[in-house]
Design a protein around this ligand. Sequence first.
Ligand SMILES: Nc1ncnc2c1ncn2[C@@H]1O[C@H](COP(=O)(O)OP(=O)(O)O)[C@@H](O)[C@H]1O
Ligand SMILES: Nc1ncnc2c1ncn2[C@H]1C[C@H](O)[C@@H](COP(=O)(O)O)O1
Length: 204
Amino acid sequence: MHIAVTGNIGAGKTTLTTMLSKHYGWDAQFEDVDHNPYLEDFYEDMSKWSFALQIYFLGSRFRQVKEIRESGKNIVQDRTIYEDAYIFAENLNDMGLLTERDFNNYSSVFHLMKSFVSAPDLLIYLKSDVPNLVKKIYKRGRDYEASISIEYLSKLNEKYEKWISNYKEGKLLIIEVDDLDFVERPEDFGYILEKIEAELHGLF
Ligand SMILES: Nc1ncnc2c1ncn2[C@@H]1O[C@H](COP(=O)(O)OP(=O)(O)O)[C@@H](O)[C@H]1O
Ligand SMILES: Nc1ncnc2c1ncn2[C@H]1C[C@H](O)[C@@H](COP(=O)(O)O)O1
């Protein structure tokens, strides 16, 4: 079983991935954030570092895809390779922060990799509005994320909405998280588990 948790920055992916892996006793796969050699520089100068960061995330995410394929274990994954290409890289290109030449180069590598990628059995989209994302990013308190603008988050949210509304690769569960506190309220976590189990009925 392969479940992936998707959503904008601060939506709660890492938190929910951790909780689900503990609850089901499954392995968790997290994004390469703390040891990422480009992320801090990227937020200081997006135009300069966007290509290097995208290549780094693509490689790191593809390594995860390979591990998921080879391990045969049940896995909960924090963010997918699709988001790097369809959300972040596309948005940086739209914003003029990733040149056409670099975006085309990136996209051709991504499309090659995509042919080796299997979609998760279930994609869980944590849908959140921008003010809530801002609150959560502030609460998490990574210094280098202080420069993230409302405009950047809004554009990413638009990309998420477009991608999710066309997603047909596998089962999809959309959870509106703005009024949920699945950390402090067991009933909210229970609500998410019920939804997951209803979607995966027969696969458990
Ligand atoms: N539903 C929630 N209820 C309460 N706190 C949350 C919730 N989702 C996320 N948080 C908090 O918001 C911050 C960002 O969450 P995180 O899981 O790191 O988001 P993401 O991985 O999507 O960027 C963390 O401090 C986390 O504890
Ligand atoms: N592909 C990406 N391009 C730019 N930035 C990215 C990409 N993937 C992740 N990020 C950033 C966004 C956050 O600052 C950190 C961690 O993501 P999060 O949504 O908080 O788990 O990396």
